[in-house]
Design a protein around this ligand. Sequence first.
Ligand code: NIG
Ligand code: FE
Length: 413
Amino acid sequence: MDLIIKNIKELLMTEDKPRDFVAGAEMSVVNRIQNAWVAIEGERIAGYGTMENIPNTNCEEVDASGKLVLPSFCDSHTHLVYAGSREIEYTDKIRGLSYEEIAKRGGGINNSAKKLRQTPEDELYDQALARINEIISKGTGAVEIKSGYGLDPESELKMLRVIKKLKETTALQIKSTFLGAHSVPLEYKGRQSEYVDLVINNMLPRVAEEGLADFVDVFCDRGFFTVEETDRILIAAAKYGMIPKIHANELDFSGGIQIGVKNNARSVDHLEFTGDKEIEALLSSSTMPTILPGAAFFLGMDWAPVRKMIEAGLPVALASDYNPGSSPSGDMKFIFSLACICLKMLPEEALQAITLNSAYAMGLENDLGTITIGKRANLIITKEIPGLEFLPYAYGSHLIDTTILNGKLITKN
Ligand code: NIG
Ligand code: FE
């Protein structure tokens, strides 16, 4: 053993028999051990138990008296590689313009595309690295990052190469997603189907050839890409082994959920517009419904009907959607609070949704998301706090004391 954390007030999310995800009523049941230890060997969790049975070792020790230990947060949906920021549109929104109105007049995603196309790869990497370091200090241990601000072949490849470099140079577990169909670029205005052809015939094969994407995404919603276009892109991507994780039902009952399920999507994300038909489709699938409350909060939109989904027996994952337009924050502890306060999730349900279920949403459930022997030792040690509920309750407080990634102490805040 290399490291042992002892005297832990409460060790959360222990799991002897690993499950892929947790659904329905089970989401409110979190396994926990009071007065616990957890041991790490190399990059992996080597054991855990109560202090009465702590093994005798002379390895490095961390005392966690009064503190909680939990798996690090998994953020299964972000766009954190982007150039600059969009606070001007933010003030336009305060003045009353909607997200769609801003997009229509060349703002929104196309505004970020303009900035990204002008930004060299190394500068883009530096900006993203600063965001990565920030989310690590806030407890994130795994993140999915999408392209989708390039919107031309060279710029999409540039974004994906930056994500690849982040994978190689940071301690986070990173999954990459090709989102060429995020928005129609200005130069293709009025020629949307030609742009879809470009995504399918030019971008997809090149992304696949360089092995740059684990997943494929489409913004399937009113005013963006249609169900038919989404289907074409997902079928083409499947030939290259790219699994879908799509943006669906953020702006309308778009059919995005159903087309995602049909194409065996790993996750469908946003889901503010989810009714009985969508729930029925999800129940017969292995697709993870993923909610992004940061975007609904920032845009002042309706909340996804999460209680209805959990009560129907569905699993739910949560992610930050970290992006410059609709959710400029990757703070998963704040997402935890929004889930409890605005989506009415119990702290236990929200904890499962930001750890195991979000690990599943990015295909990392065998490696992360629970305290299980053999899983990667990506852990959070909190400050001294009364209990789990205090984390979402104290929504503005920085309560993370130490993060451990790959078995190594990374930050001591
Ligand atoms: O997930 N909904 C689509 N895409 C992003 C927003 C991107 C942007 O506005 O830059 C989202 O909210
Ligand atoms: Fe998004």
